[in-house]
Design a binder for this molecule. Structure first.
Ligand code: F3S
Length: 649
């Protein structure tokens, strides 16, 4: 039987286990990436593990999420990250150099390699045939030290692309169509492998828009085979020698198949406030738009900004609409500036920003109250833009630009008819990506050789080994689809404490219930209850680390998002699954006791545990965990577990 591309790369990197769906496998990691909001913890944990040198082929530290240096804390974090990269042997990308996925794609991503990143959109270079997975910071620290990365062997789904995109439809519409069909849970436990004749009609950067947003489907990762379009892209980046041809065998067997005919697609848009709330743009045409932003790791590349600049050439945007363009990398900014496109944008009324994640996580360019913002980003979770009850739509650069011209949502095909002189700018790649590498510091040019820690950088807290008995108040009962943004909000006034767990814990789940942090501290222990898909969103390990710091011992949820579940194990919190009936019956404030001996049960492989609620009624809670995950949670988390392992040799 032939192999899928995913199986081929995994087999090449397999260190432990067998490639059988659902089985835990350990794989070798070639490259790691980390960014500023997760990176400080990665390096503090690397240090706490007594590791002294990066072992992977490439380790890259980017500063992209919180690039504005509002006060000393953020600047200190950046300096700490530079010093950690220098001390331990990683590449360092300075604040302002661009978003991790874009800079990584431009400089390091390579077909056939494995990449692990402490950011949920790490799968972006899957568009170049790299098997790229997002994970928590502690997993990154261990992989960077040469340890295997463990994951459940996912199902592999064949997403067969047919036909060719019609005018005004883009790669963004391909992934929005996938979200419309499958929802934000449709990819959980799966790798989406793109195949079929439609693949060659898409350039490598277009493919990366699709793989980037596979994260919103909950997929482990997404990947494309390589071909001359991949080679062409690597050559234009000056890295042609890194090209290898890889793809599935002709008789590869997949767990499932989805067919998308590109010719049927039209401009689509995700309505507030979920990326899967997708409709044709024409369905919401006429909605007044207050703000438009082009940027992010999904659609902020040179090739994404170029269509905007072309559409705006010789025009101005609507007077009541603000428009911001934040290219995703400084290389893109530099090229657009040299070619004169930045001047065109400025002349059209656009505010051209530095290369940063910024507005994608509510840092800068926060929409006004009761206003509509159209963004080319990948997420529109409620409140993520920096204001509660926001109204954020997600779409392609072409749709966003059309809205900026008209001041309201409009299908660009209709705007073209109305204006008479607006043409589909199409997708164009430069022959050569130029741009200085002044902001990329390789290990051999490291500035520092010892860690520099400012006063806001605190040591990583450790948890004691798991107790035999879990009992506590259900301190919070939450609904479905609670995101890591709900658990630890990503706004600038909170994120500046990312390297200081005692301080940032004071904001834990405050967006759901602002009394929670205080109640949790006072209770000195307790549990959380949630509906489906708990912890969806980002790889932010603070979403597990902060509850751990506040004494949370277990989360009882109908289901968990993959990365967050791994993070809960990593920080010694037991992720129990409960059925819908039990979820409905439990109320906030109930007393929940796990009747069985938790320590012994988990260690011995027990899957079902009895819980007693208010000493009144009982139900079953499931624990689906590998042997390794059980050992980790019993040890009190991965830091203690890894240290134990090292001591045992
Ligand atoms: Fe940054 Fe937003 Fe992407 S925070 S990494 S631009 S999802």
């Amino acid at each position: 039987m032939g192999q899928t591309l995913t199986e081929k790369i995994l087999e090449d990197h397999l260190l432990d286990g067998e490639l059988e769906t659902g089985e835990e496998i350990g794989i070798e990691i070639d490259q790691v990436l980390t960014q500023d909001t997760t990176g400080t913890m990665v390096w503090l944990q690397f240090e706490a593990l007594d590791l002294d040198e990066v072992q992977t082929e490439i380790a890259a530290q980017y500063c992209d999420h919180q690039t504005y240096q509002f006060d000393f804390k953020n600047t200190d974090d950046h300096r700490f990250l530079r010093s950690a990269a220098g001390t331990f042997g990683a590449h360092f990308s300075r604040p302002g150099n661009g978003i991790c996925h874009n800079v990584h794609k431009e400089n390091y991503a390579a077909p056939g390699k494995t990449l692990l990143g402490s950011d949920s959109h790490t799968p972006t270079p899957g568009g170049l045939g790299e098997l790229a997975i997002g994970a928590g910071g502690l997993d990154i620290a261990v992989a960077m030290g040469g340890g295997a990365y463990y994951i459940e062997m996912p199902e592999v789904v064949n997403v067969r692309l047919e036909g060719e995109l019609p005018e005004w439809a883009t790669a963004k519409d391909v992934i929005l169509e996938m979200l419309r069909r499958l929802s934000v849970k449709g990819g959980v436990g799966k790798v989406l492998e793109y195949t079929g004749p439609g693949v060659e009609t898409l350039s490598a950067p277009e493919r990366t828009t699709i793989t980037n947003m596979g994260t919103e489907l909950g997929a482990t990762t997404s990947i494309f085979p390589t071909d001359e379009r991949t080679e062409e892209f690597l050559e234009s980046l000056g890295r042609g020698e890194e090209y290898v041809e890889i793809g599935p065998d002709e008789d590869a067997e997949y767990d499932d198949e989805i067919v998308v005919d590109l010719s049927d697609l039209e401009p689509l848009i995700a309505q507030p406030s979920m990326p899967d709330n997708v409709v044709p743009v024409r369905d919401v045409a006429g909605t007044e738009v207050d703000q438009v932003i082009i940027g992010s790791c999904t659609n902020g590349a040179y090739e994404d900004v170029l269509p905007t600049a072309k559409m705006l050439e010789g025009r101005t945007i609507d007077k009541k609409t603000d428009m911001i363009v934040a290219p995703a990398s400084k290389q893109a900014s530099e090229m657009l500036a040299r070619e004169g496109w930045t001047a065109e944008l400025m002349a059209a009324g656009v505010n051209v920003s530095e290369a940063t994640c910024g507005p994608c996580i509510g840092i800068g360019h926060v929409p006004g109250s009761d206003s509509v913002s159209l963004r080319t980003f990948n997420r529109n979770f409620e409140g993520r833009s920096g204001i509660e009850d926001d109204s954020v739509y997600l779409c392609s650069p072409e749709v966003a630009t059309a809205a900026a011209i008209k001041g309201e949502i409009v299908d660009p095909r209709d705007l073209a008819d109305e204006l008479g002189d607006l043409e589909d700018p199409g997708f164009e790649m430069p022959e050569e990506y130029t741009g200085s590498k002044a902001d990329l510091i390789p290990p051999e040019d490291a500035v520092d050789d010892e860690l520099i820690k400012g006063p806001n950088i605190a040591d990583v807290p450790l948890k004691d080994p798991l107790d035999a008995h879990i009992q506590g108040e259900a301190l919070l009962k939450m609904e479905d689809n609670i995101t890591t943004d709900h658990i630890v909000p990503a706004s600038s006034d909170i994120l500046m404490y990312r390297s200081n767990i005692p301080k940032i814990s004071e904001f834990t789940l405050s967006r759901v219930d602002d009394t929670f942090p205080e109640r949790a501290q006072a209770a000195d222990g307790g549990v959380l209850v949630a509906g489906e898909n708990y912890g969806q969103g980002s790889s932010r390990e603070h979403a597990a680390l902060c509850p751990m710091y506040l004494g949370i011992e277990a989360v009882f949820a109908e289901s968990f998002a993959r990365i967050h579940k791994a993070n809960l194990f990593n920080f010694g919190i037991v992720p129990y699954t409960i059925d819908e009936e039990t979820y409905e019956k439990i109320e906030q404030g109930d007393d929940i006791e796990v009747v069985d001996d938790v320590q012994e049960g988990i260690a011995s492989g027990q899957n079902e545990f009895t819980i007693r609620v208010n000493d009144d009624w009982e139900a079953t809670a499931r624990l689906d965990a590998s042997e390794r995950e059980r050992d980790i949670v019993v040890a009190g988390g991965k830091l203690s577990y890894t240290k134990q392992q090292a001591e045992e040799g």
